[in-house]
Design a protein around this ligand. Sequence first.
Ligand code: NAP
Length: 300
Amino acid sequence: MSKKVLVTGATGSIATLAIPSLIENGLSVRAFVRNAKKAENLKKLGVEIFEGDLSNQEEINEAAKGMDSILSLTAAGPDAVAQASAITKAAKQAGAKHLIRLSAIKAAEDAPTENGRFHFQTDKEIIASGIPYTILRPHFFMQNLFMSVPTILEQGNMYWGMGQGKLGMIDVRDIADCIVSLLTNGGHEGEIYNPTGASSITFTEAAAIISKGIGKPVNYISIPIEAVGQALRSMGQGEWVAKLMMDYSKAYSANWGDYANDDVTTITGRKARTFQQFFDEVLSWGFKQPAKSNETVALA
Ligand SMILES: NC(=O)c1ccc[n+]([C@@H]2O[C@H](COP(=O)([O-])OP(=O)(O)OC[C@H]3O[C@@H](n4cnc5c(N)ncnc54)[C@H](OP(=O)(O)O)[C@@H]3O)[C@@H](O)[C@H]2O)c1
């Protein structure tokens, strides 16, 4: 009988990449979604759609029943700790044998962002729960750079507040591959990983790769932290996200994210993708079919 997996955050950027491979690998997937209409593509793949909201403990309890493994994925935001706690409680009640948690870069009690502190609280609750767990704390997503496609096309500039800080940013496809490997092959229980991309790079280096790829000059302009908040507010993002990105920008500018490791290899058996690969295989698509600046990936 195939392994049964419950995936939360199933219509989000990571799960959307992971679920097709889980199905290809013969797993039986139940997707917890708050809007079944958004899950039509998943349904076509053979995914069982369970409509519910992570603010409702009974719904998530029901969804977790009979599941062997659970991928706990929540959106970054003020409700993340409560939502993740509901998933952990449901996993415990269902007797799940493996809980995979998507946490965030350097989650810690004293992390420089509320997102990092929230993830730490969730990770602590999972560790104390007694459920066999694996926690992934991935680095900044390369896919966040889709936000810069419109200004690169219009002005040849990309605006971020990272100074000349280096980041071991990761391709979301590698995070999805880690999840697929953990859910398909098992193992790694009781481990916390910090997956990164192949190397740690500045935004100036990223801009140079994009520039070469699209055949026109691309400048990275490092803007003041306050301007990061203003830009996000003008894109319609709320105060929580604006503050979050200001805090992340401050930390990254101080080189808080300057590390790269082999965690992707440890989990998947192959090397993490480079920024060049990400540009060639993913980001370049954005220059053929421009993304709208307020309709991209989650930033935190
Ligand atoms: N961006 C980064 O650089 C970065 C780096 C490290 C870690 N992270 C972490 O990655 C996680 C986000 O992953 P992601 O990018 O795959 O997510 P995402 O694209 O933001 O998607 C969030 C998912 O959660 C669902 N959701 C939100 N509220 C819900 C609710 N009340 N009930 C049920 N479902 C709900 C959304 O459903 P709808 O489709 O209906 O909205 C969506 O499926 C966060 O925990 C973040 O801290 C991000």
